[in-house]
Design a protein around this ligand. Structure first.
Ligand code: CMC
Length: 436
């Protein structure tokens, strides 16, 4: 295939058998151009084959930009480290949803609306009791968030911008409440109602850790650290769960049900489930002297073992979120007076060894965000089963922003990939009695 730029218009030329087709090249603000293959099938009778979408852009988007080679992550143009250090999660939610950081009055209106949507319908509490106590909280999240679609009928007309906004705000506001309820149910404690005098993250912490029989004071160090973790997880362009939400939403489905689909996808250990898996792996390694054994195992394809928290489809350099996460991890452990955390020692040594190992260097496998988030979340007192739930709380704004962008994009149609069929060709039905 050739591509040429002809001033204002650029094309790629593809020769298929003896047919030549010219396809437009489209440029974004930054990042690689895309070849618009929309007419490929019509003109060549061939589909584009790309399992895992390694070379396929499914949409145009203004929300998040990643340069995987340079390790850059921008939300609406702002670098992730600046947002993590200088902003707060609610402000970042406004940025992702609306395209701009809020002015003071916009912030007051937005954060007030989020605060006032944090309660869930009282009847929803009964949903939880239908689950076994030992259910994984992600299973509970899939079910309960999906069930929101049965409760908030006044915000499900996706063609009404006002209703889309209300659904978006409800989801961002109610997700921490549902996540905290999933946690409380698992440990057999009463649900704690939201408190409107607290900020988003402090409120989440009190819903998780307060009990009705004594006062609870939120530790500002913990709240700030968790808020930063939420910022780091807020969006990551067209990752698996976001693409799932877009695909589910492309049929015009109920927004709450679409987010439940995203939660289901996020749960997988190759995606959001990696933070839980990474911490479990560090625990399994246990001590620095066992690291070489695990590095060897990770390099052996037949072992089926991978270093969890390492590697990324897009980042072929240090994940910029992992850098902030590592710093946050140290800050949290220092602030909480946790000295000599053995898992941190294992993590730092594993990182050092892997980054010097030819296998990891050649394949450009660097620590990703999940590598240090597990240790941090554990220090904040969350059990491992809650790690991916916290990821889901933070990622909800990304899912919702991308869902909204998709609905508002005139180019978007129902998502309907094609396939290379390799099954049986047409054959005649044989009655069971005649099958040999
Ligand atoms: N440990 C050992 N080898 C690895 C690892 C790893 N963590 N990750 C990739 N490789 C090898 C893989 O075996 C393959 O080798 P080869 O080319 O010889 O066959 C090569 O690197 C490329 O891997 P891939 O699976 O083709 O790459 P991918 O882009 O399809 O997968 C990934 C990306 C993140 C799923 C993968 O790196 C992985 O499984 N990592 C561990 C799980 C993890 O930490 N996931 C969190 C991702 S970041 C947060 C999020 O997205 O939610």
């Amino acid at each position: 295939m050739d591509s040429k730029s002809t001033g204002t218009s650029s094309t790629a030329t593809l020769k298929v058998k003896d047919h030549t087709v010219e396809m437009p090249l489209r440029s974004g603000t930054i990042g690689p151009d895309v070849i618009d293959v929309g007419k490929l099938y019509k003109e060549t009778d061939c589909f584009n084959y790309d399992p895992g979408f390694t070379s396929t852009a499914n949409c145009s988007s203004k929300i998040t930009y990643i340069d995987g080679d340079k390790g850059v992550l921008l939300h609406r143009g702002y670098p992730i480290d600046q947002l993590a250090e200088q902003s707060n999660f609610v402000e970042v939610c406004h940025l992702l949803l609306n395209g701009e950081l809020p002015t003071e009055s916009e912030y007051q209106e937005f954060s007030g609306a989020i605060t006032r949507h944090t309660m869930v319908h009282e009847q929803m509490t009964r949903f939880f009791t239908g689950f076994r106590r030992d259910a994984h909280p992600m299973a509970v999240m899939c079910g309960v968030v999906g069930a929101l679609s049965a409760f908030y009928h006044d915000s499900t007309d996706i063609n009404d911008p006002e209703q889309r906004t209300i659904a978006a705000r409800r989801l961002i506001a109610k997700m921490p409440t549902i996540a905290a309820m999933a946690y409380k149910y698992a440990i057999g404690q009463p649900f704690i109602y939201p408190r409107n005098d607290l900020d988003y993250t402090s409120n989440f912490l009190q819903m998780c850790f307060a009990v009705p029989c004594e006062p609870y004071t939120v530790d500002p160090v913990i709240s700030r650290a968790l808020d930063r973790i939420f910022i780091l997880h807020a969006d990551h362009e067209q990752n698996a769960s976001t693409s799932t939400v877009r695909l589910a939403g492309s049929s015009g489905a109920n927004p709450f049900a679409c987010i439940a689909a995203g939660i289901a996808c996020l749960w997988g250990p190759a995606h959001g489930g990696a933070n839980e898996a990474a911490l479990n792996m560090l625990k399994e390694i246990g001590s620095v002297d066992r690291i070489p054994e695990y590095v060897k195992k990770a390099k052996d394809k037949t072992s089926g073992f991978r270093l969890m928290g390492f590697g990324h489809r897009v980042y072929k350099n240090y994940d910029p979120r992992a850098k902030v996460m590592q710093k946050t991890c140290h800050e949290v452990l220092d602030a909480l007076g946790i000295r000599d955390e053995p898992l941190l020692k294992v993590a730092m040594e594993l990182e050092r060894i892997a980054l010097e190992d030819d296998y990891f260097v050649e394949k450009k496998l660097y620590p990703n965000i999940d590598f240090y988030s597990g240790i941090t979340l554990r220090a904040l007192n969350f059990p491992v089963e809650m790690f991916t739930v916290l990821f889901a709380v933070a990622r909800t704004v990304g899912w919702v922003a991308q869902w909204k962008e998709m609905i508002e994009d005139p180019e978007q149609r129902i998502g309907r990939p094609r396939q290379l069929y390799v099954g049986e060709a047409s054959r005649e039905f044989i009655p069971r009695t005649e099958r040999g």
